[in-house]
Design a protein around this ligand. Structure first.
Ligand code: CO
Length: 213
């Protein structure tokens, strides 16, 4: 058996188990998708959103990329965000990073990694904004993990700076924005920051005039 074939075999076993335990299971999911959460997480294989939150298919709309970034020119992220906020009308957006993130670690180094330099550049900027706070920490792991936390907060602010989120705040007083960090060591998620609908941003230049249309 080729290694990848075990995925297909496991899939068949899973589908059978689901159908046996709950005969209406698949039909209910075919009919409707009403997730309350948009999850923006790291692509890291050790941080599977549904597994670590014990949620089921249909509960979380998911976008993942290296180091859980919200980049305001990323059409992929923006399309997911717009669909989640305007069509699915999610109540909560979670940016969940994780300690020991390889993407953030790479961004802290001076290595030339090719095309990914351009992606990690966003994290280097976060480091530059908070360099004083990070550099005083006594060891490399502490500095890495602090940047990981600050990066999550920055991505939460990046969400709040989009007209997509600001319009939804105005129209329906949602979504709430939550910054979380996951620990690979013990499997626990720690909330680290939150922005509520209508909260003022760190600088008013990011607040759009949203007229009725
Ligand atoms: Co990561």
């Amino acid at each position: 058996m080729k290694e990848y074939e075990k995925l297909l075999i496991q899939n068949k076993a899973w589908a059978r188990q689901q159908a046996d335990a709950d005969p209406g299971y698949f039909q209910r999911l075919v009919d409707v998708q009403t997730p309350k959460y948009l999850w923006i997480g790291c692509s890291d294989s050790r941080v599977p959103p549904d597994k670590i939150t014990q949620t089921q298919p249909g509960e979380i709309f998911i976008h993942r990329n290296i180091a859980n970034l919200v980049v305001h020119t990323d059409l992929n992220l923006l399309s997911v965000l717009q669909y989640a906020v305007e069509v699915l009308k999610v109540e909560h957006i979670i940016v969940c990073g994780h300690y020991g993130c390889g993407g953030v670690k790479a961004a802290m180094s001076n290595k030339d990694l090719g095309i990914i330099n351009k992606w990690l550049r966003n994290i280097k900027d976060v480091y530059r904004y908070h360099q004083d706070e990070i550099d005083v920490l006594p060891n490399e792991d502490d500095r890495l993990n602090r940047l990981i936390e600050l990066n999550i907060s920055e991505q939460i602010m990046n969400l709040a700076k989009t007209s997509i989120v600001q319009r939804a705040w105005k129209d329906r007083k949602a979504p709430y924005l939550h910054g979380w960090v996951y620990s690979l060591n013990n499997g626990i998620i720690l909330p680290i920051c939150e922005i509520k609908p209508g909260d003022r941003l760190d600088h008013s230049i990011y607040e759009y005039d949203l007229n009725e249309d």
